[in-house]
Design a protein around this ligand. Structure first.
Ligand code: ADP
Ligand code: MG
Length: 285
């Protein structure tokens, strides 16, 4: 047993924490654990309390809401434990890894495969938004496949709602987690942080899935932010000539600069590129 890691007693009564680390994020370490009653595997997300310093009062109320969230495309929370230094959240296990990793491996996706992935993101988001939960940190690292070695594995959104507690505004500018290329312009301009920010992020992801590169770019963080805040991006012929107008249209709807005019998750689910309704307008197979 790891001596420098004492888990709360009530956690250890219900779960055995294994040695396997599933991932490390900007705030959390995620380990695998097994529920003793039925040997079912779960993920254990450990968040050190120092990263929520000053916002402890939000933690319980926020997590109570998040605990009630149940949707096939969302990683659910099952239990919550606390020690002096950390918060421990038991969630669904998503064994298939990050979309980020798969994207790096594949380079890019066919329209049919991308449509299937974007639809699942939209379904999860529509549910969260219906429940007035804004994710605020949609990116390929926070999209996990349910099962490994399975072409048809479902995609699940993780890490939702927590950004409210974990992040201060300034942290976006000083983030340690790499380039925040998925963040909406109104977040950088500090003019808004409602549901539309999530749809912007889906737009950036959809662009990236189809082309293998991101729509906004900069040598350093300052120029990346300038690029995002300009709202300008292009479908470079070299990479986009084979991609349908329907796909480009949906990207334009998602990467609409004005959050009030941006497409919603529900509306996007009705888009022909997602429904595949009209052969002409739907994703190419
Ligand atoms: P952070 O809030 O620090 O970003 P995340 O919840 O995103 O933490 O978790 C960090 C990483 O751990 C993820 O990118 C993923 O690789 C892995 N991970 C998180 N949740 C799970 C899970 N439920 N099942 C499997 N792996 C997970
Ligand atoms: Mg994360």
């Amino acid at each position: 047993k790891n001596v420098d890691q004492a888990y709360p007693e009530d956690l250890e009564r219900e779960y055995t924490v294994t040695k396997k680390t599933l991932g490390v994020g900007s705030f959390a370490v995620v380990k695998e654990c097994i529920r003793k009653s039925d040997d079912k595997p779960f993920a254990l997300k450990i968040i050190l309390k120092k990263v929520i310093a000053g916002k402890e009062h939000m933690l319980t109320s926020e997590l109570d809401i998040l605990k009630s969230v149940r949707h096939p495309n969302i990683v659910s929370m099952h239990a919550l434990y606390e020690s002096k230094d950390a918060v421990y959240i038991i969630t669904d296990l998503a064994s298939g890894g990050e979309l980020f990793q798969q994207l790096l491996q594949k380079g890019s996706y066919t329209e049919k495969d991308a449509s299937n992935l974007v639809r699942q993101m939209l379904e999860g988001l529509a549910y969260l938004h219906d429940n007035d939960i804004v994710h605020r940190d949609i990116k390929p690292e926070n999209l996990l496949f349910d099962t490994a070695n399975d072409e048809d594995s479902k995609l699940m959104i993780t890490d939702f709602g927590l950004s409210k507690i974990l992040k201060h505004h300034d942290d976006i500018l000083m983030t340690a987690c790499g380039t925040p290329g998925y963040v909406a312009p109104e977040v950088l301009l500090q003019t808004g942080h409602g549901k539309p920010v999530d749809l912007w992020s889906v737009g950036v992801i959809m662009f990236t899935l189809l082309s293998g590169y991101t729509p906004f770019w900069g040598e350093d963080q300052a120029s990346l932010f300038e690029s995002i805040m300009s709202g300008k991006y292009e479908f470079d012929e070299e990479y986009w000539s084979e991609i349908s107008d329907s796909a480009k249209n949906l990207i334009d709807c998602l990467l609409t600069f004005d959050p009030a005019k941006r497409i919603t998750a529900k509306e996007a689910m009705e888009h022909p590129w997602i429904t595949g309704d009209q052969e002409e307008a739907g994703p190419r197979t």
